[in-house]
Design a protein around this ligand. Structure first.
Ligand code: AHR
Length: 649
C-alpha cells in the first residue's frame, strides 16, 4: 500500500504552466501577523489508559492491590499438580497509610518440580522483548515460619516458557523492599506473558507493592515508555496541557487531581479513581508531568482544580473555596518556587532542584457545565490570588470561544480563553474558512485546548460502540487539516492548540473515547492519519503568517514564512474525491528555487492505521520540480500537501 501511495503521489504532484482556475494565492509581500511560537502542543489526561497501561511504563496492573476492594483483580493463583496456593486481599497488614491493602499469599503444597504462587497479567499482557533488562521491585514480608526463597519471573501465559527469572531471599516479618533485574535472552517478542511470584516451600507472604519496569525513556526511574515518548517528541510540541481534561476535576471534589498525593516515592502514592472508570496509580504525578515537558522541550500549561467536579458538585466561592486556591498556589510554588520556598524545597527533595518554566495556568476545565454558574466568581478568586503572588503568570478561563459570549467570565479579563472543538469533518469543512474572522483582536488570547474531527457519529465517550476503531481514518485527518489551517491563519490570536485525546490503549475495554491520535497495545504503537496530519503541520511552520486567498476551489490552506531563511510553508487540504489541478500564485517573491519539497498524506478516505497495519496512511516526501511564482500543483484526492518553497535571489 505504501508503494501504491508513493506511486499515486509521484504521478499526481506534477507541475505545469499556469492555468485559469481553481486558484490558491499567497501574497508574500503581506504578512497578516506573527505565528504564535507555541501554536502546536499536546493535551493529556488519564483516559483510555493513557498513563497506566500507556505512557507510564509500569507493567504491573493493580500493583498496590487497591483497584478493587474485594478481589485482587489482575492477579491469579499459580498452582499445578502437586502445588497449591491461595490469595486474599488483606487490609489488616498494610505497608503504610498510603498503601492500605496487601495481598496475602499462602502456599500449602509445593515440590521440587511444581512451585506455587501468584501471577499478574499486566496491562493486556506483559511485553517480552529480546535481550532486555526489566527492573522489578517488591515490597514484601513473611510470616515467622517462612524461611524460603521467592522466585520472580516473566513467564509465558501457559507457564511453559520462563523468559527471565531471579530469586529473592531473606524475607522477614517486617516489610522490606527487594529489587532485582530480570534479563531476557534471545526470545521472540510477545505480549502473551505474565509476571509470576512463587514460593519454594509452604508458608505465607504478604505483598504490599509489586512493580516491573522495562527500559524507559532516558533510563529515568519511574519513567515513560520509549516508543510512545519518541512519537510525542516527533510531533515537535511546544507545550503540554495537563493534567486534564476531566481528570483534573475528578468525578467528585474528593477524587480531583490532588497534586500533593502524586509526589514522592511510589510507595507513598495511594492513587485515586479517575473519571474514566478505573483507578489511577498516580505513578505519573506532578513531577513526572513536569519532567515529561522538559524531555519534550515543551512548556507546561498547568491546569489547577478550581472547585467544580464532573458529576456536578461545586465549591462556593469565598471562604469555602479558599483552601483550593491555596492548594493551587502551593502547586505553582512546587513548579516554579525557589528551593528557599516550602514547595520548591520539596521539589528539590523529590529530585529536581531547578524550578520549571511556567507561563500559563488554566483555572479548572469546561466550567460551562457548572449549573450553579459560580465560575465567574471562582475564576476571579483564583485569578486574583495567582496574579497577586505571580504577576508574570497568564490565567486561562475554561469558558472559551466555543461558548456564548454571555456565559463567559466577565468580572475579570482572563489572559486567555480555552474553547473545545469536537466536530464532524463536514462541520470543520464548513466552519474553517471563516473561523475566528469575527473575533475581537483586542480580547483575550485564544487557546483551542481540545479539538478533533470525527468521521462517524457523536458522542465520542463511553457509550460508543467498541466496534469502531479507536483511532480515526484519513477522512477525519482531512477535517483536522482544514481546521489546523484555519487556526494557523489566525495564529496571531490563537496562541495554542492541541488535539485530544492523545493516547489510547486499543485492547478491548481499554478506551473510553474515540477518535484518539495514537494507538498502542503492550508492545506496539502507531500513529493515526490525524497524528501524521498534526506532525506535518507542527514540523513545518514559519514565524510570519502570509495573506492567502482561494478561488473556484474547495481546497483550503494557509501559508507561513520563516523570516530568517525566507522559506515559505504552504499547507493545502483537498477534501474532494477527485484530484485537483490547483494554480498556485505566489505573489511578492521575485523567483523561487525550482525544486521544492512536497510532503503528502493521501489515500482512501476510509483507510486508517492500526496495530497490524501501522503504516497504511503515512506522509510521503517527494521533490517537486519546475516550481515558480505561478505554477500548477496537482493534488491527489483526499490529500493534505505541505509544500516547502524557497525564494531564489
Ligand atoms: O478529551 C476528552 C474529554 O473531553 C476531556 O476530558 C474533557 O475536557 C472533554 O469534555
Amino acid at each position: 500500500m505504501k508503494k501504491l501511495n508513493t506511486f499515486l503521489i509521484c504521478t499526481t504532484i506534477a507541475v505545469s504552466c499556469l492555468a485559469a482556475s481553481p486558484t490558491f494565492t499567497v501574497d508574500a509581500s503581506r504578512s497578516t501577523g506573527q505565528v504564535s511560537p507555541t501554536l502546536y502542543g499536546l493535551m493529556t489526561e488519564e483516559i483510555n489508559h493513557s498513563y497506566d497501561g500507556g505512557l507510564y511504563a509500569e507493567l504491573i496492573q493493580n500493583r498496590a492491590f487497591l483497584d478493587n476492594a474485594s478481589t485482587p483483580v489482575h492477579w491469579s493463583v499459580v498452582n499445578a499438580e502437586n502445588a497449591a496456593a491461595t490469595i486474599t486481599l488483606d487490609s489488616t497488614n498494610s505497608f503504610n497509610d498510603k498503601l492500605t491493602m496487601s495481598l496475602r499469599l499462602t502456599v500449602t503444597k509445593v515440590d521440587k518440580k511444581h512451585s506455587a504462587g501468584v501471577a499478574n497479567s499486566g496491562y493486556w499482557g506483559i511485553p517480552v522483548q529480546p535481550k532486555t533488562s526489566y527492573h522489578a521491585s517488591i515490597v514484601a514480608k513473611a510470616d515467622s515460619n517462612f524461611s524460603g526463597t521467592v522466585t520472580v519471573s516473566i513467564a509465558s501465559d501457559d507457564g511453559r516458557t520462563i523468559y527471565a527469572t531471579e530469586k529473592i531471599s531473606n524475607l522477614t516479618t517486617d516489610w522490606n523492599k527487594f529489587e532485582v533485574t530480570l534479563k531476557t535472552g534471545k526470545v521472540a517478542p510477545t505480549t502473551k506473558a505474565r509476571f509470576v511470584i512463587t514460593l519454594d516451600r509452604p508458608g505465607t507472604v504478604w505483598l504490599g507493592l509489586v512493580s516491573l519496569f522495562p527500559p524507559t525513556w532516558n533510563d529515568q526511574p519511574n519513567g515513560f515508555r520509549k516508543d510512545l515518548m519518541q512519537m510525542l517528541v516527533d510531533l515537535n510540541p511546544k507545550f503540554l496541557r495537563f493534567p486534564g481534561g476531566n481528570y483534573v476535576e475528578g468525578d467528585t471534589v474528593e477524587t480531583r487531581f490532588e497534586w500533593k498525593k502524586t509526589i514522592g516515592p511510589i510507595e507513598q502514592r495511594h492513587g485515586h479513581p479517575c473519571p474514566w472508570g478505573y483507578r489511577s496509580t498516580d505513578g505519573l504525578g506532578l513531577l513526572e508531568f513536569l519532567e515529561w515537558c522538559e524531555d519534550m522541550k515543551a512548556d507546561p500549561v498547568l491546569a489547577v482544580y478550581a472547585g467544580y467536579s464532573l458529576k456536578g458538585a461545586h465549591v462556593n466561592p469565598g471562604a469555602d473555596l479558599e483552601p483550593f486556591v491555596q492548594e493551587a498556589l502551593e502547586e505553582i510554588e512546587y513548579v516554579i518556587g525557589g528551593t528557599n520556598t516550602k514547595w520548591g524545597a520539596q521539589r528539590a527533595k523529590d529530585g529536581h532542584p531547578a524550578p520549571f518554566k511556567l507561563n500559563y495556568v488554566e483555572i479548572g476545565n469546561e466550567d460551562w457545565f457548572d449549573k450553579s454558574k459560580s465560575y465567574d466568581a471562582r475564576f476571579a478568586q483564583f485569578h486574583d490570588a495567582i496574579k497577586a503572588k505571580y504577576p508574570q503568570l497568564k490565567t486561562i478561563s475554561t469558558i472559551g470561544d466555543d461558548q456564548p459570549e454571555a456565559s463567559r467570565v466577565h468580572s475579570r479579563k482572563p489572559d486567555m480563553i480555552d474553547g473545545h472543538y469536537y466536530r464532524s469533518v463536514d462541520t470543520f469543512l464548513q466552519m474553517s474558512p471563516d473561523y475566528a474572522k469575527k473575533y475581537d483582536r483586542s480580547g483575550p488570547e485564544i487557546f483551542v485546548g481540545e479539538w478533533a474531527a470525527y468521521e462517524t457519529s457523536f458522542p465520542p465517550w463511553n457509550n460508543r460502540s467498541q466496534k469502531e476503531p479507536p483511532t480515526p481514518n484519513l477522512k477525519a485527518a482531512i477535517g483536522d487539516g482544514v481546521f489546523m489551517a484555519a487556526m494557523e491563519r489566525n495564529s496571531g490570536l490563537i496562541k495554542m492548540q492541541c488535539y485530544a485525546p492523545l493516547l489510547v490503549n486499543v485492547n478491548p475495554g481499554g478506551r473510553q473515547w474515540r477518535p484518539n491520535m495514537i494507538g498502542y497495545d503492550a508492545i506496539s504503537a502507531y500513529g493515526s492519519p490525524s497524528y501524521y496530519a498534526f506532525q506535518m503541520f507542527s514540523r513545518n511552520v514559519g514565524d510570519e503568517i502570509l495573506s492567502t486567498a482561494s478561488a473556484e476551489t474547495s481546497v483550503q490552506g494557509c501559508a507561513t514564512r520563516d523570516s530568517q531563511t525566507g522559506e515559505i510553508f504552504l499547507k493545502l487540504v483537498n477534501p474532494q474525491t477527485n484530484a485537483v489541478s490547483l494554480n498556485l500564485e505566489i505573489n511578492g517573491v521575485a523567483a523561487l528555487v525550482s525544486k521544492a519539497i512536497a510532503i503528502t498524506l493521501a489515500g482512501n478516505p476510509d483507510d486508517s492505521n492500526s496495530i497490524t497495519q501501522p503504516k497504511q496512511i503515512v506522509p510521503i516526501t517527494t521533490t517537486v520540480r519546475g516550481v515558480k511564482p505561478g505554477f500548477t500543483c496537482k493534488m491527489p484526492p483526499h490529500s493534505i500537501v505541505v509544500l516547502k518553497l524557497r525564494p531564489r535571489s
